[in-house]
Design a protein around this ligand. Sequence first.
Ligand SMILES: Nc1ncnc2c1ncn2[C@@H]1O[C@H](COP(=O)(O)OP(=O)(O)OP(=O)(O)O)[C@@H](O)[C@H]1O
Ligand SMILES: [Mg+2]
Length: 440
Amino acid sequence: MASGSTLQKAIDLVTKATEEDRAKNYAEALRLYEHGVEYFLHAIKYEAQGDKAKDSIRAKCVQYLDRAEKLKEYLKKGKKKPVKEGESNSKEDKDKKSDSDSDGEDPEKKKLQSKLSEAIVIEKPKVKWNDVAGLEAAKEALKEAVILPIKFPHLFTGKRVPWKGILLFGPPGTGKSYLAKAVATEANNSTFFSVSSSDLMSKWLGESEKLVKNLFELARQHKPSIIFIDEVDSMCSARSDNENDSVRRIKTEFLVQMQGVGNDTDGVLVLGATNIPWVLDSAIRRRFEKRIYIPLPEAPARLVMFKIHLGNTSHVLTDENLRELAGKTDGYSGADIQIVVRDALMEPVRKVQSATHFKKVSGPSPVDKTVHCDDLLLPCSPGDPDAVEMNWMDVPGEKLFEPPVTMRDMLKSLTRTKPTVNDEDLKRLQKFTEDFGQEG
Ligand SMILES: Nc1ncnc2c1ncn2[C@@H]1O[C@H](COP(=O)(O)OP(=O)(O)OP(=O)(O)O)[C@@H](O)[C@H]1O
Ligand SMILES: [Mg+2]
């Protein structure tokens, strides 16, 4: 989308909304306000630059939502919504209706579900089991819960029922969200709903509990399905007396939906991820029947991670070097290692940028690997016998020989990057694992 166009659309919509509002066409105004706010939120997320701009848009949104809320109330009190033939007027009746005959008949529900489809990413990321280093127990548990019941349904009959709720918890950057992506890729027969709970909570506070309900309903319609809720702690923290009413309703709805009383939860797996599992409400915790600790990676897993993140970038690291790096990175999370490698991968670029001398070497052409060139240029020290004084501006684009990543680059980047997880957090997580969890 062209930059700014969403913002312009949002502004147009609310301008129209205020016009309709003034002309007392409240229903239309309400629709336009809501529509406009959605565009604003989109603009904040993807277009607006700078915190100041974002803040001012946010403030506007609050204003419009306030007005929309008032209009909604007014409309509810004033005239009842037009009722279709054959449809009951009472709200309870509407809610009780089974979803089989609701298609196209319940506009509110349709609206919610279409909103949901925005919050939900029915995505197919391309992360394979093998891209995730280590975490064997967690992978096994997920296969048991997700892949096997679909592949061998007859194994899971009678008393042997697949897991309905799995919680992945552990320090930040250890691959919880990444693992969920692998599940989405590998479980390609099931529908994958990825919801960020902060999205659910902030965007439509007040309608959120209906969203939760609809989410589960949608999942049941498309079963087998997986609902992945990242950062589940922000939605399901312990209930307290002084919290917002709507937040409480969301939690209750969530409990009811996961319990599945009167709802058939067969074929729906709820996958949650968090790095602060102790804030979860105890009732919610119970509904995640399997709680898997995703720990910091051990040395062998770290070795694999170095390889994964190096990918096919040109380097001169030996297996011995990689083992040494894995040994030196005790306490680093997967994300930390990714940053170490990324920083080291930048070193060759920096070398090119700061070089004052280049020398001629032969090798495969950077534009076409099958062509061999004798006149490529590689950054070198001024003392090199073949050195020619020049800088990167003088090097033609297709003549640059990519300097390989060296062990020195890696060690340099390692001293610069410190692990992000601290001991205190680890202790708390270990305590939680002893109390409620299972090692992954
Ligand atoms: N086991 C792993 N194998 C391969 N890559 C990993 C692994 N763990 C982490 N990474 C890398 O680190 C990045 C961050 O991981 P991820 O987003 O899954 O962390 P997380 O556990 O969800 O953290 P948070 O709790 O902060 O959300 C991933 O994109 C991936 O590249
Ligand atoms: Mg995550």
